[in-house]
Design a protein around this ligand. Structure first.
Ligand code: ISC
Length: 423
């Protein structure tokens, strides 16, 4: 490892230093138990810990406030970035409420970040941190809890199915075309839940997902809401889901998903919502003619990868990632169509506050570049009880949705975090 001086003797502002590392440590293995921050896929991405700065924000204009806060904070740093790739230099991790006007969004500037992109690995430190201590080998993980107990969240399965049936009736009446309804599930272990264990297990089992952690919300999401690298934008939209099966049944389910008019209609609404919101910011947007299949260990999804080039001029040309996220969220992958009516149905039928579940989660650098996924397949660790967490899973409801099949879909989705907790 090479390390530059962490503080400039003349500096009055906090110093941020990025140095390249010769070693390629397993990023998730570096995390401490407390305050873990993560955005990792296939061994690449960012992990962080410590808090050099923090913003909790809520209310109308919350994301504009957060963007202004980060622009101000990052402009005030003395930066020595010897690596110069997206994610090196100053970064902030963010986990945004599903409804940023009502819920609290959290932004954390870590004291330490270790990142990897292709064959470059780097270490970024803020302020007075000794880089030699940073890479000290992490201790062994504690064993998995011997016993886990699950309990219904706000709605038991029968009540949730009634909510789905009520949503289908609203759709049949023409009130709306789609709404995403979610459930929560409570889990309590016989020992404190270790976020590092959960993240490692999720990353092993879901290599195509982004393993995230911000302020106690942990998961592995397959859905990329938006990535910005300079003027290049990309997203992976998911909607339409089928379970996995054994042997030939698995193939039959995959073909069934591709051929399902209901799932294709549900998917098209999600793609349209993203494209409509992104279009004013772009000179060019590329959207494949039809979806492809994304195969995960627990489920399959219809997936569409959208790419675009941001305008060069005007207010929309200067929009950073947070402004773009504000414009596109919530898509119909997590809310519905039309969004205002879907949000009202969610508030009425779901029965719980989503908090940061189904909100954007990811990271941002000082140039306004970064990546935000949607916080799906996740657990919110309890602030009060280190042995407890709350799991979330939701499904798009459209005309023809069957409550029992949607319930089974939530169970398949919960299984991602459940398997990670149990192994
Ligand atoms: C809302 C969730 O999934 C969304 C993303 C992918 C597929 C979905 C579906 O098929 O219903 C949902 O729109 C969730 O996993 O909690």
């Amino acid at each position: 490892m090479t390390a530059a001086a962490l503080t400039s003797p003349d500096a009055v502002a906090p110093a941020v230093t990025t140095v390249a590392l010769a070693d390629s440590p397993d990023l998730l293995r570096l995390l401490p138990r407390d305050g873990a921050l993560s955005w990792v896929r296939r061994g690449e991405g960012l992990v962080g810990w410590g808090e050099a700065d923090r913003l909790e924000v809520s209310g109308p204009g919350a994301l504009a406030e957060a963007a202004a806060w980060w622009a101000d904070r990052s402009a005030g740093l003395v930066v020595d970035d010897g690596v110069g790739v997206p994610g090196s230099g100053p970064v902030v991790f963010g986990s945004i409420a599903f409804d940023p006007a009502a819920g609290t969004s959290v932004f954390v500037v870590p004291e330490v970040v270790v990142g990897r992109r292709a064959d470059v690995t780097w270490l970024t430190t803020t302020g007075d941190v000794d880089p030699r201590e940073v890479l000290a080998a992490a201790g062994p993980l504690p064993p998995a809890p011997a016993r886990l107990r699950y309990a219904d969240g706000v709605l038991d399965p029968a009540s949730w199915c009634s909510a789905v049936a009520a949503a289908v009736a609203r759709i049949d009446d023409g009130d709306l075309a789609k709404v995403v309804l979610a459930r929560d599930l409570l889990v309590t272990a016989d020992a404190p839940l270790d976020p590092r264990r959960l993240l490692e297990r999720l990353a092993d089992r879901f290599p195509d997902c982004w393993t995230f952690a911000v302020d106690g919300l942990l998961g592995a999401t397959p859905e990329l809401l938006l990535r910005r690298t300079g003027r290049e934008l990309s997203a992976r939209v998911l909607a339409g889901t089928a379970p996995r099966g054994a042997g030939a049944e698995d193939e039959r389910l995959a073909v069934g998903l591709m051929d399902s008019a209901k799932d294709r209609a549900e998917h098209a609404l999600a793609v349209d919502s993203l494209v409509r919101a992104l279009d004013p910011y772009c000179t060019a947007l590329s959207v494949p003619d039809g979806p492809s299949l994304l195969t995960l260990a627990n489920v399959r999804h219809l997936a569409t990868d959208v790419t675009g080039t941001q305008r060069r001029s005007g207010r929309r040309g200067s929009a950073g990632l947070l402004e773009l996220v504000d414009a596109v969220h919530p898509t119909a992958a997590v809310c519905g169509t039309p969004p205002d009516r879907a949000a009202a149905v969610i508030a009425e039928l779901e029965g719980f506050d989503r908090g940061r579940y189904a909100g954007p989660v990811g990271w941002l650098d000082a140039d306004g570049d970064g990546e935000f996924g949607l916080a799906l397949r996740c657990a919110q660790l309890s602030d009060d009880d280190p042995c407890s967490a709350r799991l979330f899973a939701g499904c798009g409801i459209v005309a023809g949705s069957d409550p029992a099949a949607e319930l089974a879909e939530t169970q398949s989705k919960f299984a991602a975090v459940q398997a990670a907790l149990e192994s």
